[in-house]
Design a binder for this molecule. Structure first.
Ligand code: PEP
Length: 250
């Protein structure tokens, strides 16, 4: 089955509003005839600015996280209602920095996934093993467990709004990329897990992005693999010089 490639840029905690606006304007111009699906996820502080620039273009607006509760006394958190108000369309959840630096567990991530879907957002659910887990031969088990936990209680209908991003923790921001073969093996495994739970048709439709030091010079080899359907890009998403060639790979 041919799936549309989905190329997403996670800007993490970078860029003032003016810097974010500059990059967003360049991307909108340079990607306007691009044939893949595109997303940028700026910091919360730049969502309104970037949202105004990408509105009605082929670049979606994403948030890097969301609170697990709808509203209330949650100092420092940002809610689904507030993201909706800003025109956010997609929420990235379970990023390895949220899991490992901020100790988000699967139960919390699952709560966020269900809340975001309930409010009509698309979700990018990130999964991936650490280096220790890979070396212990646990990469598949870890990704299976994070996928199943993250999607627990998610219906087959809502699964259509979910993208899985396989991001081996050891490859994020390190310059180390999983080989296309190693990445493909995990992507195929995740698709098998989804087929077991949701059926073959849903599994075949699921977009599975790869993330971890994706660059202009390695994107094509990764995307050539049957089960790799896009990229979640960190460092190389911060400049149009590197993000545009990734987004326009062919
Ligand atoms: C990420 O943070 O999701 C990521 C993949 O980062 P990088 O591309 O910098 O490895």
């Amino acid at each position: 089955m041919s799936r549309q490639y989905f190329i997403a840029g996670n800007w993490k905690m970078h860029k003032t509003r003016a810097e974010a606006a500059d990059l967003a304007k360049t991307l909108v111009l340079q990607l306007k005839d691009g044939k893949h699906k595109y997303l940028v996820a700026p910091s919360f502080t730049s969502l309104e600015t970037v949202g105004a620039i990408v509105k009605d273009t082929n670049v979606l607006l994403g948030a890097q996280d969301v609170a697990a509760e709808e509203q209330g006394a949650h100092t420092g958190e940002v809610s689904v209602l507030q993201l909706k108000d800003l025109g956010v369309q997609v929420v990235i959840l379970g990023h390895s920095e949220r899991r490992h630096t901020y100790k988000e567990d699967d139960a919390l991530i699952n709560k966020k996934v269900k809340l975001a879907l309930k409010h009509g957002f698309e979700v990018i659910l990130c999964v991936g093993e650490t280096l220790e887990e890979r070396e212990a031969g646990q990469a598949e088990v870890v990704c299976e467990s994070q996928t199943l936990w993250g999607l627990s209680g998610v219906s087959a209908i809502d699964l259509a709004k979910v993208t899985i991003a396989y991001e081996p923790v050891w490859a994020i921001g390190t310059g180390k990329t999983a080989s296309p073969e190693d990445a493909e093996a995990i992507h195929a495994y995740i698709r098998k897990v989804i087929a077991r739970v949701y059926g073959e048709e849903s599994a075949q439709k699921l977009i599975i992005q790869y993330g971890g030091s994706v660059k202009p010079d390695n994107v094509a080899q990764l995307m050539a693999k049957e089960n790799i359907d896009g990229a979640l890009v960190g460092g190389a998403a911060l400049k149009s010089d590197t993000f545009v060639p990734i987004a326009q790979f062919s």
